[in-house]
Design a binder for this molecule. Sequence first.
Ligand SMILES: CCCCC/C=C\C/C=C\C/C=C\CCC(=O)SCCNC(=O)CCNC(=O)[C@H](O)C(C)(C)COP(=O)(O)OP(=O)(O)OC[C@H]1O[C@@H](n2cnc3c(N)ncnc32)[C@H](O)[C@@H]1OP(=O)(O)O
Ligand SMILES: Cc1cc2nc3c(=O)[nH]c(=O)nc-3n(C[C@H](O)[C@H](O)[C@H](O)COP(=O)(O)OP(=O)(O)OC[C@H]3O[C@@H](n4cnc5c(N)ncnc54)[C@H](O)[C@@H]3O)c2cc1C
Length: 644
Amino acid sequence: MAVNKVNEDLLRERARYTFNIEELTNFIDGGEEGTRNRREVEDMVIHVKELHDEVPEDYLSHKERYENAVKKGCILIDLLKEHVLRHSSFDAYKPSNMYRVLSMAKEVSPVLLHMGMFVPTIFGQASAEQQEEWLHKALMLEIIGTYAQTELGHGTFLRGLETTATYDPSTEEFVLHSPTLTSYKWWPGGLGQTANHCIVVAQLYSREKCYGVHAFLVQIRDSETHMPLPGIKVGDIGPKLGFQTANNGFLGFDHFRIPRKNMLMRNAQVLKDGRYVKSKSDKLTYGTMMLVRVMIVSDAAYELSRAATIAARYSAVRRQSMPRPGQPEPQILDYVTQQHKVFIAIATSHALRLTGGWLWDAYSSLTHDLDQGNLDQLPELHALACCLKAISSRDSNSLVEQCRMSCGGHGYMSSSNFPTIYGATAATVTYEGEYTVMLLQTARYLMKAWKEALGGIVLTPTVAYMVTYNKAKPAWVNTPEAIIQGFHAVAVGKVKEAADGIEYHQNSGKDYEDAWNAASVMLVKASECYCRAIICETFWKEIQKHSRSMSRNLAVVLQQLSELYLSYWVLERSGDFFQVRTVPLTRTKFEFVSFASPKCHCQMCTGFVAHITSVVVLAVQVSIQNLTLTFCTRKRNEFDIGSC
Ligand SMILES: CCCCC/C=C\C/C=C\C/C=C\CCC(=O)SCCNC(=O)CCNC(=O)[C@H](O)C(C)(C)COP(=O)(O)OP(=O)(O)OC[C@H]1O[C@@H](n2cnc3c(N)ncnc32)[C@H](O)[C@@H]1OP(=O)(O)O
Ligand SMILES: Cc1cc2nc3c(=O)[nH]c(=O)nc-3n(C[C@H](O)[C@H](O)[C@H](O)COP(=O)(O)OP(=O)(O)OC[C@H]3O[C@@H](n4cnc5c(N)ncnc54)[C@H](O)[C@@H]3O)c2cc1C
């Protein structure tokens, strides 16, 4: 049998790396133990022949694809359980571990929502007694759940959800009902044929009063026959852009009764006689969504690094055209345009991975605070989770597409894996909070922060610079730190511009809601700039922090990646930087001037040339599913990414 011979170009590129590959691998995995755990799980998976397709999944019927995905999901979960039972240290339910294991199968798993939302909701919103009853069953997949919140008529506007849960004190039950077609649950993953339980988000009624949306744990299919229970209508919603094996479904209730104890009662409760006990905050019902948004940042990074790996590797082995007659066709990696497409994808995967880790730590700290009854950090974390989920998923999805295009026709093949990765990341831009809606949520937070900044009130960490910029303009010397200050200045300018826009529309007679809507494009822009500043600053600071404990050669390359990221986004947003008025070169002062302002002096901070020499990459060694990007650093022509 022919042995796959490694491409000569790839071998040559790999011989050129200037740093310790294992060190980079450990850095990506979050340490040596992370690498060891990942490899152990991968080794378990890679030898399971049932996980390798004899026939391309695209040639299977919808039913075959689903059955194939169920089979693989069961195998992976069993392996995960076996590994967990063997290594108590491997935190299977650290979201990145769970998602990584499930994504080792090419098909999206029909139990993704069970692991990604059903289990976390029990963790986050069930009382101790309820966790006692349901958690182990869920972890061992004795019950298989999903998260049924979105309806045919409402996905974003949760207060508009129509499914009702009406308490009947005579039987101590809730009656679930879908009063209209638009109230049917629509989208929940696994609902089509897989789940036999679900978290249902419904309007709670007791003693004829509505208390808003709350979560309930509902059995929808018979545990033995798997048939829908009486009063339940359930099925598959049909083909989609991607996610074909996620088994997204619909669910309707016809006066379906569940015990009172099936309302998730960690936060709010309904007592036997129907009295409602309020939660410390209504927003705690939204807790699972915040968790998944936090997860999405890291998983968007993961999906992008898969795409970047494929593109970088292909760029090393593909030879095309003949710039010099009679010379061999060059590797397409030698074209600066190819580098410009691929290198930012690699840099962004690191930026989002490190930002995702930073956000996960912030979220972990918040959950600890919430357990102590301290909700102070909730608004800022909600704002962060919203904008970072939006920007990371959008950046990931668009760069996955850029990576696909960088591979020409072969990138369009299913066998390239780009279509699957694209389908997964495209979904992420919409689910768990639609892109624009999430940025507008962050904008709500920024408008409040701006008002406090004007009043000189001390702000929370990620917006504290607003007070500084609103008073003294910082001096700018041309360094990465200064670029980050530049992003802060741009963000402040956009926040101010949006706040001024709302005020302008109110002064012209609009009420606040209409003024908000009229200024909403500026509000989205302000959130984007606030979020970009966070990613730039976090990426840079994380690299500086980790560089101190890593070898110099690796630190140099990672530093170059972070400088590339900063430079790339200044150039991408040069128009916004144009609005930053400067004084001649030596000591540049920031003053954000809106284009609308009559005193706009568009004078660009010149010399903004970032020479990125001997940048990054090259060939890449991809080991299955992991993120070990084995870079061979190769001297590249010095290229000037241009002055602004
Ligand atoms: C690349 C692969 C990635 C893999 C990912 C890993 C695992 C996968 C697992 C699952 C993913 C698969 C499928 C996805 C499943 C779903 O999509 S579940 C459904 C998700 N749905 C949503 O996200 C709905 C989006 N809408 C909302 O969140 C809210 O409706 C809203 C937009 C926030 C608006 O809220 P609304 O009720 O209109 O009121 P208002 O805007 O006035 O907000 C009220 C106040 O509440 C605060 N708030 C809102 N949400 C939260 C929250 N989550 N946490 C904390 N606080 C919140 C808001 O800031 C307001 O506060 P104020 O003080 O009044 O400003
Ligand atoms: C692959 C996939 C899997 C999913 N899985 C699940 C699941 O398991 N469980 C679940 O409950 N849901 C799930 N969903 C549903 C998902 O959460 C919703 O689609 C998402 O929340 C967006 O809501 P929507 O579809 O109603 O879009 P809409 O909110 O109707 O958005 C449509 C347009 O209206 C705009 N818009 C809406 N509100 C505003 C506003 N206030 N201001 C300005 N513009 C606005 C949006 O920006 C967008 O451009 C899934 C969706 C997908 C695509």
